[in-house]
Write a protein that binds this ligand. Sequence first.
Ligand code: Q46
Ligand code: ZN
Ligand code: ZN
Length: 282
Amino acid sequence: MKCAYCERESIAGINDKYYCKEHFNRHFIGKVRSVVDKFGIKGKIAVALSGGKDSAACFHSLHKLRLNLIPFHINLQIFPYSIKCQEKSEELCNLLGYSLEIIDLNEYGISLANKKKTCSTCGTVKRYLMNKFAFERGCDYIATGHNLSDVVTFAFNNLANVNMLNLRGNKPYMEGKEEYKMVAKIKPLYYLKDEECMLYANINNLPYVTEKCPYAADAPTIQIKKWLHEVENKKPGIMLNMAKSFWRIEEMIESNELKTCKKCGYPSYGEICKFCKIRKNN
Ligand code: Q46
Ligand code: ZN
Ligand code: ZN
């Protein structure tokens, strides 16, 4: 198949449209730019690097847009997986000319081992530490590598767990609240599917871990994502519509009961934030 925009052979077809390498890169950066432009993103951006393909693609594309970036990595102390994740994040920063800041879970006396719901604890811990890092560095935003497939999977997983309030923040931009020490969040890959992020990382030779986190195998989200991709393959574009619907629902339920945690002073929906509860129980 020929590229839809030039005479070259295509390397991929996305939603029934074919792209050569150059035009696929343009398509990808264009989608990232649309998020950046729509929400007027400028200023200092803390970019969370997990070591995976998505955060690598997110960082690389924001770098191409010449934004002011501070990459950081949270070492989750899951061995040997976390060693590789940190190595790949460092490799990527070296490649693009940045120094990487590392946050170590050990410093907080938290371990993810022997937790009943490891992924949910991990999610809480990551969200908290990302915000704290960005706040302390005076960043205007936190950028994460959540893509379209992740956003829709996350929403369905919360529906499956009767956890509607968790839909809060599941949109491309969530504004910060200075009085609650809450930094604004952006998801630059919001309009891009898993396969597009993988292709972008591969054709641009970005270093990333190919191994999965050992806890990922038990995560119910794997099945949900597989099912969503099956539906998407039969009906391209349906996942984007789902994401937009969840975005609307999110705006309807976004509550204003945000408080500051009595222990640490960071944002919380209860008297004591989930992170401080995890710390206490470690
Ligand atoms: S890192 Fe953490 Fe994931 Fe590993 S423990 Fe689960 S949530 S699977 S993105
Ligand atoms: Zn082309
Ligand atoms: Zn707290």
